[in-house]
Write a protein that binds this ligand. Structure first.
Ligand code: BG6
Ligand code: MG
Length: 220
């Protein structure tokens, strides 16, 4: 039986994935690294510090900064990100997602959030969705980041449901890996070719269909 949907936040419920990219790109430029949108795909779903490490790798600058300097760089990126998300409001929920979330609730299913971001509560509050979810698990509550399944498993545990009765929704390759590692059914948002491990892929949030997902889940 299906018990719950567990959502990623950035890039699934709202387009903060774009703001993360813009903030990292500005930071990279500051330290003389060219960081492209294509590079950014690999960073989706990845924690703040790990993202910084990857950017330093891309720029061939691994080892150029002390831990303290890296903390300062990550904090600078976050300050920029916080400025970018200041204007987020309920109108920034991606097309179709509000309806999708409310359909899930109407059907009596549980709703969880499994985010790699330490800013997840702030963003959910700004979107007016914080109180709609039964559980929000963010990067502050878990030890292992995606692609490790911990964040999805923790959400299922708090909801009191077996992971095999859950459907995870993600826009990141690392996120889909985390969902599959949790033994959940994975719905990916993005280009089909990017998600060979997902059970279903929708190119855009507005294409997501509750009935279609549930019927595929039941056949699986
Ligand atoms: C994830 C994003 O949700 O959160 C990543 O996909 C981001 O791009 C990560 O790096 C960490 O976010 P934050 O807000 O803790 O820096
Ligand atoms: Mg995401």
């Amino acid at each position: 039986p299906l018990n719950a949907f567990i959502f990623d936040l950035d890039g699934v419920i709202t387009d903060t994935a774009e703001y993360h990219f813009l903030a990292w790109q500005a930071l990279a430029e500051d330290i003389g690294i060219t960081f492209t949108r294509e590079d950014n795909e690999e960073l989706k779903g990845i924690s703040r510090m790990e993202s910084l490490e990857k950017i330093l790798e891309i720029g061939g600058r691994t080892g150029d900064f002390s831990n303290e300097e890296k903390e300062a760089l990550a904090a600078k990126k976050n300050d920029h990100y916080l400025t970018l998300i200041q204007k987020i409001s309920p109108s920034d929920i991606l097309p179709g997602m509000k309806e999708f979330i409310f359909t899930i609730k109407e059907k009596g299913l549980k709703l969880g959030l499994a985010s790699a971001s330490k800013n997840a509560f702030t963003v959910m509050e700004a979107l007016g969705l914080k109180d709609e979810f039964d559980i929000i698990v963010d990067a502050k509550t878990v030890i292992n980041g995606k692609p490790h399944p911990e964040v999805f498993l923790t959400a299922a545990k708090h909801l009191g449901v077996d992971p095999v009765t859950c459907i995870g929704v993600e826009d990141a390759v690392a996120g889909v890996e985390a969902i599959k590692g949790s033994n959940m059914f994975a719905v990916a948002i993005g280009p089909k070719e990017a998600f060979p491990k997902a059970d279903m892929v929708y190119e855009k949030t507005e294409d997501v269909s509750f009935d279609e997902i549930v019927s595929k889940f039941q056949q699986s």
